[in-house]
Design a protein around this ligand. Structure first.
Ligand code: SF4
Ligand code: SF4
Length: 299
């Protein structure tokens, strides 16, 4: 069956140029884009696909609109790389207007900083229904490759250590209806794997899966949920149940004698931070501390 003709025009709105280099990498013979009928053209009038990289600033906004107007049907737009999803590190720049989808319709979003050329090739081919040869080894990733995250929902305790070490602000913790949600946003992630290294429970892993292509910007994420604990004093949700359970387990692992006070400890950590400041709770906590000190001295 004849492959459709895909003519790609590249436009770098405002970024570091890394994704643009990856698009050029797609043109090397190993990807056989020419065999698929895919070629890069030098004017938007010749193109039916626009590959846009970077966020959009006040200088490039009008140019982007004008390029989009000149595209040929079906006028598909592929936003390549994280800056084209969220503006990323240029987010706070005074001249930034937004990611491309704030200015023109976008059909495909490819996450990465920068994305692998293979992800760009497959998404462009998918955009126009071209069939790719998948058997060749260039689709494989090296052992140490860092791609899509995988949460182990049985292990995650919702502690947020991953969010604290993420220098890209790609991990968000939200709370709703007694659940804490941990969400990795692929529009911001730089795949550094700090989150994986810091997770105390081995609950988050970066896999070798790189094909992070989305048709909806909101889908460019992965999440896991944990149940929250209600404060035994005021009834408000305040901390994940599993995090409290692990805290208790670790305390007792460190000082085995504390197991004698398991029920007291459990009761004390089941009180939220603001209720802990109530006089009656402070008194109870002091009593428990003095018991624990005596136990520690007896050791
Ligand atoms: S993935 Fe790990 S570090 Fe992140 S919230 Fe879950 S347990 Fe904590
Ligand atoms: S790999 Fe983890 S720590 Fe690194 S940017 Fe992505 S979410 Fe943040």
């Amino acid at each position: 069956m004849a492959q459709p003709k895909i003519s790609v025009y590249r436009f770098m709105a405002a970024g570091c140029n890394g994704c643009d280099v990856q698009i050029l990498e797609c043109l090397v013979p190993r990807y056989k884009l020419a065999d698929l009928g895919v070629g890069v053209v030098f004017t938007p009038e010749e193109a039916n696909v626009l590959a846009v990289t970077g966020g959009v600033n006040i200088k490039t906004m009008e140019e982007l609109k004008s390029i989009y107007e000149k595209l040929q049907p079906p006028k598909l737009v592929v936003a390549v790389g994280n800056c084209a999803l969220t503006k990323e590190i240029f987010d706070k720049g005074y001249s930034m207007v937004g990611p491309p989808d704030k200015i023109i319709p976008v059909n495909f979003y490819i996450s990465g900083c920068p994305p692998r050329p293979q992800a760009i090739v497959t998404s462009i081919a998918k955009a126009l229904g071209a069939k790719l040869e998948e058997k060749e080894d260039y689709w494989a990733t090296p052992e140490e490759y860092r791609g899509r995250h995988e949460f182990d929902s049985e292990k995650c305790i919702g502690c947020g250590a991953c969010a604290q070490v993420c220098s890209s602000d790609a991990i968000e913790l939200t709370e709703n209806n007694g659940k804490r949600t941990v969400k990795v946003d692929y529009g911001h992630c730089s795949y550094c794997a700090f989150c994986q290294d810091e997770c105390p429970e081995d609950a988050i892993k970066l896999t070798r899966e790189y094909h992070l292509v989305f048709t909806d910007r909101k889908q460019a994420s992965v999440t896991t949920d944990v149940d929250m604990q209600k404060c035994s004093s005021c009834g408000a949700y305040f901390m994940p149940q599993r995090q409290l359970k692990r805290a208790l387990e670790r305390t007792e692992e460190k000082v085995a004698e504390y197991k004698r006070y398991h029920d007291y400890l459990k009761e004390t950590i089941g009180v939220c931070l603001s209720c802990r400041r109530k006089i009656s709770n402070i008194k109870k906590a002091k009593q428990l501390l003095s018991r624990l000190s005596v136990t520690a001295l007896q050791k």
